[in-house]
Design a protein around this ligand. Structure first.
Ligand SMILES: Nc1nc2c(ncn2[C@@H]2O[C@H](COP(=O)(O)OP(=O)(O)OP(=O)(O)O)[C@@H](O)[C@H]2O)c(=O)[nH]1
Ligand SMILES: [Mg+2]
Length: 448
C-alpha cells in the first residue's frame, strides 16, 4: 500500500492558528534530515533542544525558533527514528517548515501513515490504531474514554484470552489426532463442548456490549412521534435547550423533520422532531407524515409522546400498538395540567415547566446503553470488530453442533476452531489484507 523505507513528514497538529504547532518527521533519515536544517548541529535522544530551523538546507535564514526532540528507534510513536519540531502555531510557518524538511529529503506523509507505521512496526495492534482515530474523532468525554480504553489494549487483552483458550483446545484435539489409538484421550468430547459453550458465552456478552459501544462511538438516532399538538416540538426544544422548532397551538405545525444533536450523559443523540400523525389535511402535511413514519422506521429509539391532559385518542392507541415491538420510551407531556389520561407506564414530563425533562434524559441514556456499569466497560464499539466476533462465534457454534451430532472426526471440529482463531487474528491485525489496512487508515487525517 505504502512504501515504508523512506522518511515522511507532516504537520501533526490541527489546522489553524494556535500557540504551538508540531511538525513530525519519521523514518530512517529523520535525524539526519532534521540536523541538516537546524542551527544546532546535533540532537540528543529524548532531549528537548531549543534552536532555529532554516528555510532550506544550506541557507542561513531561519523560519522560526523551535524546540526539537529526537526519539530514536525503536522507542518512538512509529517505532522508527522520529523528530518532532515544536514551532509557533502559524499555518504559514508550519508549512514552510514542512517544505524545508521535504527539500532536505523527506516526503509528505499520507493520512494515517504515522499510525500505519506504528502498526507495521508492531508498536500497536490494529485495534489500537483504530482507537487512535476514534480518540481523535471523539466528540464527547464518554467517546474519548471508550476509545482510550481500546488504545490501552482492553479489547486486545480480552481477545488474547479467548484466543489462548481456543489454542489450548486446538492443541489437545491435534494431540488426539496425532495419537489416534488413544482416541479422545487428550480431551473428552463432552469437555470440548463445555469449553466451546463457555467461549461462546464470553463472545455473547462482548457482542451485547457491542451495540452499546457502537451507540457510544457513533451516537444514536431518537425520533419523537405523536399525534398533533401533544407538545413534540416543545419537548424537542426543552431537550435541545433553545427554541429550535416552531411551536404553536395549531395542530399540524411541524411539517418537516427537524434534527439537532444533543449530548446526553456523553452520548451523541441525533434528536428528530416530526410532523404530528393524523389524517393529513393537505399535500405538505401528507409528505410530513410520511417522512415522520420513515424516520421512525430507522430510529434506534422512538419517543412516543402523549398528552396527559387529554384522554387517549385513537391515534394514540394506534401509535402505541405500532411501536410496541420497538425500543421506545412513552412520555406523558403537559404534566403541569390536570391529568385526564391514564397512561400509567408513561414518564410524566412538562415541556413548559421543564419538570421531568432531567428524568427523561436519564431514561434515554439508560434505554440506549443499559445501566452505568457499561460506561467504562464497553470494549467493542467498532462494526469491523463486531462482524469478526460474530463470525468467530458462528464457527464455534458450528463446531459445537458437529460435536453434539456425534461421531464427527476431530478434523472437522478443528477446522472450525482454526477459522474462529483467524477471526481473532484479523481483529487485532495479526492477519490483514492491504484492503483492510487501506480502509482503516484512510479515515485518519494527515499527520496522525
Ligand atoms: N401546558 C402545557 N402546554 C404545552 C406543553 N407542551 C406543549 N404545550 C403547548 O401545546 C401546544 C402544541 O405544542 P407543540 O410543541 O407545537 O406540539 P407538537 O406536538 O409539536 O404539534 P405538531 O407540530 O402540530 O404536531 C402549544 O400551544 C404548546 O405551548 C406542556 O408541557 N404544558
Ligand atoms: Mg411540532
Amino acid at each position: 500500500m505504502f512504501s515504508h523505507d523512506d522518511t515522511i513528514v507532516a504537520i501533526a497538529t490541527a489546522a489553524g492558528r494556535a500557540g504551538l504547532g508540531v511538525v513530525r518527521i519519521s523514518g530512517a533519515d529523520a535525524r539526519a534530515i532534521a540536523t541538516r536544517l537546524l542551527e544546532c548541529r546535533s540532537l540528543e535522544p529524548r532531549r528537548a533542544t531549543f534552536t532555529k530551523v532554516r528555510i532550506a538546507p544550506g541557507e542561513s535564514r531561519s523560519v522560526d525558533e523551535i524546540v526539537a526532540t529526537w526519539f530514536p528507534a525503536p522507542r518512538s510513536y512509529t517505532g522508527e527514528h522520529v523528530v518532532e519540531l515544536s514551532a509557533h502555531g502559524s499555518p504559514v510557518v508550519l508549512e514552510a517548515i514542512v517544505g524545508a524538511v521535504m527539500a532536505a529529503g523527506a516526503r509528505l506523509a499520507r493520512p494515517g501513515e504515522f499510525t500505519l507505521r506504528a502498526f507495521l512496526n508492531g508498536r500497536i495492534d490494529l485495534v489500537q490504531a483504530e482507537a487512535v482515530a476514534d480518540l481523535i474523532a471523539a466528540s464527547t468525554p464518554l467517546q474519548a474514554r471508550v476509545a482510550f480504553a481500546q488504545l490501552e489494549g482492553t479489547l486486545t487483552t480480552r481477545i488474547g484470552e479467548l484466543d489462548r483458550a481456543l489454542l489450548d483446545l486446538v492443541a489437545r484435539l491435534e494431540a488426539s489426532l496425532d495419537f489416534p489409538d488413544e482416541g479422545y484421550h487428550f480431551i473428552e468430547p463432552h469437555d470440548v463442548g463445555a469449553h466451546l459453550a463457555s467461549l461462546m458465552a464470553t463472545l455473547d456478552s462482548m457482542l451485547a456490549d457491542g451495540r452499546r459501544g457502537r451507540i457510544i462511538r457513533d451516537g444514536a438516532t431518537v425520533v419523537m412521534t405523536g399525534r398533533p399538538n401533544v407538545g413534540k416540538s416543545s419537548l424537542f426544544n426543552a431537550l435541545v435547550g433553545h427554541d429550535r422548532a416552531i411551536v404553536t397551538s395549531t395542530a399540524g405545525t411541524t411539517r418537516d423533520l427537524v434534527t439537532e444533536t444533543i449530548d446526553v450523559e456523553g452520548l451523541a443523540i441525533r434528536l428528530v422532531d416530526t410532523a404530528g400523525l393524523r389524517e393529513a389535511r393537505d399535500d405538505a402535511e401528507r409528505e410530513g407524515v410520511s417522512r415522520s413514519l420513515r424516520a421512525r422506521d430507522v430510529a434506534d429509539l422512538v419517543l412516543v409522546i402523549l398528552d396527559r391532559s387529554e384522554p387517549l385518542a385513537c391515534e394514540d392507541h394506534e401509535l402505541l400498538a405500532a411501536t410496541a415491538q420497538r425500543e421506545r420510551i412513552v412520555v406523558a407531556n403537559k404534566s403541569d395540567r390536570p391529568q385526564a389520561c391514564d397512561a400509567q407506564a408513561a414518564l410524566p414530563v412538562s415541556a413548559t415547566t421543564g419538570d421531568g425533562v432531567a428524568h427523561l434524559r436519564t431514561a434515554l441514556a439508560r434505554a440506549l446503553t443499559g445501566d452505568e456499569a457499561l460506561h467504562d466497560g464497553a470494549a467493542i464499539s467498532n462494526v469491523r470488530h463486531v462482524t469478526l466476533l460474530e463470525q468467530a462465534r458462528a464457527h464455534l457454534a458450528h463446531a459445537r453442533e458437529a460435536l453434539t451430532a456425534g461421531a464427527i472426526p476431530e478434523e472437522f471440529v478443528l477446522a472450525d476452531l482454526r477459522e474462529a482463531r483467524s477471526c481473532f487474528d484479523e481483529v487485532v491485525g495479526a492477519r490483514s489484507s492491504d484492503d483492510v489496512l487501506h480502509h482503516i487508515f484512510e479515515r485518519f487525517c494527515i499527520g496522525k
